[in-house]
Design a protein around this ligand. Structure first.
Ligand code: HPA
Length: 287
């Protein structure tokens, strides 16, 4: 039954009304905090916090290092809503459910979204602790048939066949570059292509080589579903990846990726990313 697939407008509206009737904030800006990057949400002032468990129709996070709540407040005077903890396909959620909170943001008035994530560095020049501005993505699960827009298209959100070539807003990429330079972190700034993989197992050396050949600079298990929903409903997107590990490309290496390292590096290096996001908000005259 096609009615069973995808995201119901009425459910999203119900969630949005539930939240707006319990907070005075009217957010223009949405922020999705990646693994170990929840500190951004703590920077909000006059916080209203909603654990995912109490929000109707909302999924709950199941991963250690991703506590789950929506946080409303103001940041640099801008009304914002933060997702502290996000949903991943490897938890068992369909792509549309991982992205659904973005549509809730849309109905609440959000028009700009900053998505962050922890990612593995594939580009050999990338170092642990670098921040990559996402210029484009490769949606590996999506190319294989797992796109969040699968199912009947509701025109209230957007078009049936949306283009994605400007999904990461070019003007906002320039803004991020200017902000990075103002806070003197250009030496750790990179720009590149984020590839989403399904996970939860980390990639083999052969997979990393393949992804490298395909043009990916960093790899992770999130973000693209949220970006597709955002672009579909005309929300502007900034994507930032914190490089938490270097991906292993040769069979002789004894290094291996592990979640504890990803979280601990993300927490250690989250400071630069948080400062950058604050600067972006300060300099984004649109609000
Ligand atoms: N691979 C996939 N996802 C990740 C990685 C990685 O190496 N690091 C952080 N998230």
């Amino acid at each position: 039954d096609l009615e069973e697939i995808g995201c119901k407008y009425e459910q999203v509206a119900e969630i949005s009304e539930f939240l707006l009737s319990r907070t005075k904030h009217r957010p223009h800006l949405g922020i999705i905090c990646g693994s170990g990057l929840g500190g951004l949400a703590d920077k909000l002032e006059e916080k209203d916090v909603f654990p995912y468990e109490i929000i109707p129709h909302f999924p709950v996070t199941t991963v250690i290092g991703h506590s789950g709540c929506l946080v409303f407040g103001t940041i640099k005077g801008v009304a914002a809503v933060c997702m502290k903890g996000r949903f991943h396909p490897y938890e068992g959620y369909p792509a549309w459910k991982c992205a659904m909170p973005v549509r809730v943001m849309k109905l609440m008035g959000v028009d700009t979204l900053i998505v962050t994530n922890a990612a593995g560095g594939i580009n050999p020049q990338f170092k642990v602790g670098d921040i990559m501005i996402i210029r484009d993505h490769i949606n590996f699960p999506g190319l294989g048939g797992s796109n969040p827009l699968i199912g009947r298209n509701d025109e209230r959100w957007g078009r049936r066949f949306p283009p994605l070539n400007k999904a990461y807003d070019p003007n906002l990429i320039k803004l991020v570059e200017r902000c990075a330079s103002e806070i003197n972190i250009t030496s750790i700034m990179r720009q590149g292509v984020y590839v989403m993989v399904g996970g939860p197992s980390y990639e083999t050396a052969a997979e990393i080589r393949a992804l490298h050949i395909l043009g990916a600079d960093a790899v992770g298990m999130s973000t693209v579903n949220e970006v597709i929903f955002a672009h579909h409903c005309n929300i502007k997107v900034i994507g930032l990846s914190l490089i938490t590990n270097k991906c292993v490309m040769n069979w002789d290496s004894n290094e291996e990726a592990n979640h504890e390292e990803v979280i601990s590096i993300a927490k250690k290096r989250a400071n630069d990313l948080e400062t950058l996001v604050l600067k972006i908000i300060e300099n984004y005259t649109h609000f």
